[in-house]
Ligand binder design. Structure first.
Ligand SMILES: Cc1ncc(COP(=O)(O)O)c(C=O)c1O
Length: 420
């Protein structure tokens, strides 16, 4: 295959790839990737501080997991699939007996969770939260209120979906009281399930307020409502514990939904849930020809085993604490431009404000991101003016420091008016 230049690849992309597949803001054409780096058509390397939007949390190197060919799953019992399911099940919050259903992407698994909630409770209504992102299939997009991800072009969405206000940890007492009041007004007997993103990733890594989470869980348990968490972005210790819901004491969900990084670079998702919940759908009621391929499961299991090795947790904690301290120091030093830092564990967002007349916050964020790319750091804008920082779990400390230094340089250059 002839290697295209960046300019040609961008032209061909515009001509041949449907634009709705991208949210790319930088004119980058990536040819390959290794470790924590993306490599463009001309061979320039970019340290990726997004982990490929959390799809490649253990780095870009090819995962060696044995040579068994690859075979799809639905028509027979597969060994790599069973082994991976057992390993995933062993991490379930609360440690009870659970089953796993593999899928092809996060959005589709959310659709499966909607079906399960309805089948399990024989009720219709799904309750979710303002600002959540659950994906782009019909079910998942119907639960999504992240700004910019919904469109009336494909109305009507799924019926019987109710959106409640979200309160993060920083919410005022009044805001949290309002959230709890709205929760109190619901007709619980009609609700099949709560589907919750415990830490809203694309809204700026915002953990749900403890009081709100506990109130929802209490209602779910009291009224036989399914309690499902979307961990597609935050599972595998991104926020500290294995699942982000474990930041909330005493909660044992009916199911967790995972995806992204779990296939080690090959499409894979899963619903992991309590046995009676998972058994509420019958054969083929949520099954896909290519769900849970052997290769995806073997890659995922190889990575999970690495993440379970002694030393991994400490190494991740070391990186999380370096990231936390450095980002807060950056904010303190450049608070004219970095309004605040939000996040938890190893997932942060920098909220950018402009200190220059004629340049809005949105444009300021774009300029900083572009400058980071010039300097060899890949970061992504979320919403209008926040920058996503979710480095790879196994990035070297040297690279983590290097990326932080580039980020600081870009912010500092913007502050002093050097970025046009
Ligand atoms: C929290 C969350 N839920 C669902 C999804 C959708 O997953 P996918 O893009 O694999 O369909 C994403 C993807 O960004 C996500 O971050």
């Amino acid at each position: 295959m002839d290697s295209l230049s960046t300019a040609q690849a961008l032209r061909d992309d515009a001509a041949y790839i449907a634009s709705y597949q991208h949210i790319a803001e930088l004119p980058l054409a990536i040819k390959s990737a290794h470790g924590s780096y993306l490599v463009d058509a001309e061979g320039k390397e970019y340290l990726d501080f997004t982990s490929g939007a959390c799809t490649m949390c253990m780095g870009y190197d090819r995962v060696e997991c044995g040579d068994f060919g690859s075979f799809p799953f639905p028509y027979a019992v597969g060994l790599p699939q069973v082994e991976y399911a057992k390993a995933l099940a062993s991490h379930y919050p609360g440690g009870g007996q659970v089953k796993v259903a593999f899928g092809v992407c996060g959005s589709e698994a959310i659709d499966g969770a909607i079906k399960l909630c309805r089948a399990f409770t024989k009720r219709k209504k799904i309750v979710t939260f303002s600002g959540d992102y659950h994906g782009t299939t019909f079910g998942a997009v119907s639960l999504t209120t992240l700004p910019g991800r919904i469109s009336d072009k494909f109305d009507p969405l799924l019926p019987e979906v109710h959106i409640l206000p979200f309160c993060d940890e920083e919410a005022s007492d009044d805001d949290i009281d309002n959230c709890l009041l709205e929760l109190a007004y619901l007709d619980y007997e009609s609700i099949a399930g709560f589907i919750i993103e415990p830490v809203q990733g694309d809204m700026g890594m915002l953990p749900m307020h403890q009081k709100l989470m506990q109130a929802i869980y209490g209602i779910a348990r009291a009224w036989g409502i399914a309690f499902v968490v979307d961990e597609i972005q935050m599972a595998f210790r991104r926020t500290g514990p294995f699942f982000s819901i474990e930041n909330y004491e005493g909660i044992v969900p009916d199911a967790v939904v995972i995806g992204k990084t779990m296939g080690g670079g090959v499409p894979l998702s899963a619903i992991i849930g309590k046995v009676n919940f998972m058994d509420s759908l019958g054969p083929c009621e949520h099954a896909f020809s290519m769900a849970g391929t052997a290769e995806a499961c073997a890659r995922g299991l190889t990575l999970l085993n690495r993440m379970d090795e002694p030393g991994f947790k400490n190494s991740l904690e070391e990186r999380s604490s370096l990231l936390y301290q450095s980002l807060y120091a950056l904010q303190e030093k450049h608070n004219e431009v970095v309004e605040k830092i939000t996040g938890i564990g190893y997932a942060f967002a920098l909220w950018i404000k402009s200190n220059q007349s004629g340049v809005d916050d949105n444009e300021a964020t774009c300029r900083i991101i572009r400058r980071c790319a010039d300097l060899g750091l890949y970061v992504m804008r979320l919403g209008s003016n926040w920058i996503r920082i979710e480095p790879q779990f196994n990035i070297t400390l040297e690279d983590l420091k290097k990326g932080l230094a580039i980020l600081e340089q870009a912010v500092s250059e913007f502050k002093t008016g050097k970025l046009i």
